[in-house]
Design a protein around this ligand. Structure first.
Ligand SMILES: [Zn+2]
Ligand SMILES: [Zn+2]
Length: 139
């Protein structure tokens, strides 16, 4: 399988001891097979508490990233169809390219980390909501 951006052969790697990814050594992009993205959602290995403190910056950067995504289309390394560009999840501000045939998703350099941050942020929000709910019950 080759990188959809620069055609460099992708290297198969194990990410966080749990997920098989195909990494491009040239551009730092990552191809995730169908289902691998969902696995990332469930693991927590990295501690992003420092990054989470800087969320305003992170959001601004992601908007810039999303805008810079208006470059040339990327093709699926499996079926060669143009990948569909969309925001991942609701309000993640992370743009991913996914195959309409369901082969997987392409993440540019840094986007895998952005996604993990998004998951982490959702977790923190949920915890806060739960705490607020309990306080409401007690108060
Ligand atoms: Zn590449
Ligand atoms: Zn495909």
């Amino acid at each position: 399988m080759n990188c959809p951006v620069d055609q460099t052969p992708l290297t198969r790697k194990i990410y966080e001891d749990a997920i098989e990814i195909d990494l491009c050594d040239a551009c730092g992009g990552v191809w995730l097979d169908k289902g691998e993205l969902e696995k990332i959602q469930d693991i927590k290995v990295n501690d992003y508490s420092e990054e989470l403190k800087m969320i305003p910056d992170y959001v601004g950067k992601s908007i810039l990233l999303a805008k810079s995504k208006n470059a040339s289309p990327v093709h699926c390394p499996v079926c060669s169809q143009v990948l569909e560009r969309r925001e991942y999840g609701y309000g993640s501000q992370v743009m991913i390219d996914s195959c309409v045939q369901g082969h997987g998703v392409w993440l540019d350099k840094g986007e895998l980390k952005d996604l993990e941050l998004f998951y982490e942020r959702s977790r923190v929000d949920t915890a806060k909501m739960r705490k607020g709910f309990l306080q409401g019950l007690l108060g």
